[in-house]
Structure formats: C-alpha cells, structure tokens
Design a protein around this ligand. Sequence first.
Ligand SMILES: *Cc1c(COP(=O)(O)O)cnc(C)c1O
Length: 390
Amino acid sequence: MSKDSLMNTYSRFDIVFEKGLGSKVYDINGKEYIDFVSGVAVNCLGHSHPAIIKAINDQSNNLMHVSNLYWNTKQLEVAKKLCDYSDHDKVFFCNSGTEAVEAALKLARKYGKQNGRDQKNEIVYMENSFHGRTLGALAVTGQEKYQKDFMPLMEGVKSAKFNDIEDIKNKINENTCAVIVEPIQGEGGIVVAQIDFLKEVKELCKKYDALLIFDEIQCGMGRTGSLFAYEKFDVIPDVICMAKGLGGGFPIGAVVATQKVASAFVPGDHGSTFGGNPLGCSVALAVLEELMDKGVVNEVNEKSKYIINKVLELKNKYNVISKIHGMGLMLGIKLETDKSKVINKCIEKGLLLVGAGEDVVRIVPALNITKEEIDNGLDILDKVLYELCD
Ligand SMILES: *Cc1c(COP(=O)(O)O)cnc(C)c1O
C-alpha cells in the first residue's frame, strides 16, 4: 500500500490498522495489539461497541445532517444531558477539541468586552499545556516546539507556571478575560493540577471577573472516575471544553458554560456547519448512556487501582520505572530510560502505548477495558522492561 499521498504531519509507527474489537486492535497482517492508547483517550468504550454501532445505524437511517438554521432532536437531547450532568446551563457543539477551545476563547473575549472594556481581552494559559493546533488554540499551548514555526499567533495571551499560584497572581489583572487550564495536563506528561491551586485560580478569576476555562478534552468524559474532571477537584469552572471521549470515536466536540457566561454569545458570533449534527449527537447520547446509566464510569477507580498496583510491582522489579502518576484511567509511567525504546518494543510484542512529555508513557485505555486485557497488556510491558534491563 503506497503511503506517499499523505502530508508529512505525523511521525507514524509503521503499522496499518484494519479492525478493532473492545480493547484489541488488528493490523492488516492480522497481528493483535492490546490498546492502551484508545485513539488517545477517544475510544472510551473500546472499538466497535454495539451501542455506538446501533446509534450510527439507527440515526443514519433517519437523519444524518441538518443545518443549524434549524433545530434537531438529538442535539437538544445531548445538550440537555450535558447540562443535567454538569453545573452548567448552555452548550455549543463543534467537531473536535481544538474547535472547542476556539469557541471557549471567543466566548471569553466576548464576555470580557461586554463586562469590562475593550482591553479586557487577555487570556492566561499554562506552561507545558496542550490545547490544540489551530492558531488560537496554539497561541495558548505553552510549548515552544508547537508554536515556533507559526508565528505570529493570536495576540493578548500570557503564559503562567502550572501549579504556581504566585505566578498566576502576577499574570492576572483587570484586563484578563479568561484563564485556561487542563485539570490534568495530558500531552504535557500527565501532570495533575493541585486542588488548592485550582481553588485559588478560581478565586482570582472571581476577583477579576475572568472566566475559568477547563480544557477537559482529554481528562473528561469519565476518565477520572467522574463524568467531568472538575468534580474531582471540587472547583466548578465557568466553561468546560470537551471532545475526544464524547463521541467514543465519532468526531464531536462541545463547550458548556453557565447561563451568565453563555449569554455573551448572540446569533452570528460563532457557528459550525457540522457542529451538533444529528449523527454525532446520537453517538454522544449513546456514549453518555453507557458511561452514566450503564455504569462504565463507576468501574474506572477500581481499574485504576488495579493498574497502579500492577505497575508498582513492575517498579519494584525494574528501576527504570521512577513512578506512576495521574488519576483514574489517565495514568503516566515516568521512565528513566528512553520512552520511545519502550513504546517501540511494546508495539513489537503487541501493546499500544503513547508517550507524553519528556519521559512518560501514557496509559489511557478504554474505560471498559477488561481485567484480562489489562493483564495481557501489562505482561507485555513486563517482558519489554525485562529485556531492556538485561
Ligand atoms: C487532544 C486535545 C486537544 C485537541 O483536540 P483535537 O480534537 O485534536 O483538536 C485539546 N486539548 C487537550 C487537552 C487535548 O488532549
């Protein structure tokens, strides 16, 4: 199969995938892999989940797309669910994570303009963050490697140190319209925000009438053991960005906000042709039903503990593991060896892992991964570390 027709935007592993079932995926040679990546926290119900297949089949027989010139039942239903499950009142639908961030940034700018002055347009973001690759989201992604070749980016942004409240105090002022934070930095290395840090950021946001935006694109949708990550930190943000797990593999993103904040948007301020299409929304409804009504979210903490305990056993055996950190099924194994060597050797033996930050491999499996699949995956990691330490 020729691979010459794609732009060179990814450094890909040389595997061509064809099929997936649960937490197993198969390449064109029929080789089986245990999937600890799940499309980077996307396939929250694993591959080929019957509820998702049914939603796509049923909805595509009825109505796949209709313009946002009109209402559609599925968009209304999933919006109502997201509001019921959160502490928020209004939803905007888009198709991806970076679009959710763009919508949140625009909402913050409009809110700032309405509630302050024209100068109330500054957005504070965190070092080492990841919010996406469009020019707005990239401007608040605090990693030079992603930004450097695309200057100039959006103006009016300021970076601050994650988990460093003194630094935020120096960066926030009357001109700040929003602070954007990942409660758990994903791409940056699975770095969990300190609860006190988020609480103090929330207070500062209140003081300066700036919006607190949580990017839960990776850490949301049940991954921490509650539907929204903010529930685990006991801090309610004004705006939440979500995508990835929301469609369980079907592209959909959303932003939820409180009534007060959302009212800044009026017709014409923002939009998306595909955002909130009936097909995507019916899949999101199916995902939410599995996560919440069928109890998949409730299994997360137990599986998390199970993985952590097994990795701690590996840590006792191999000193290349320096620690395991994270929350729920968003875990990072910090390594004292080249992470790509570990990832490559795991792939050879049939385990998919993805790196994060400098020296971390991520475990972000489907939330319904079975104990057997976890055992099989970690057995492969065990063998790989044994060979590397030899
Ligand atoms: C993946 C991710 C994004 C970007 O989402 P896309 O769907 O790739 O645009 C933004 N923020 C976080 C935290 C992410 O993990």
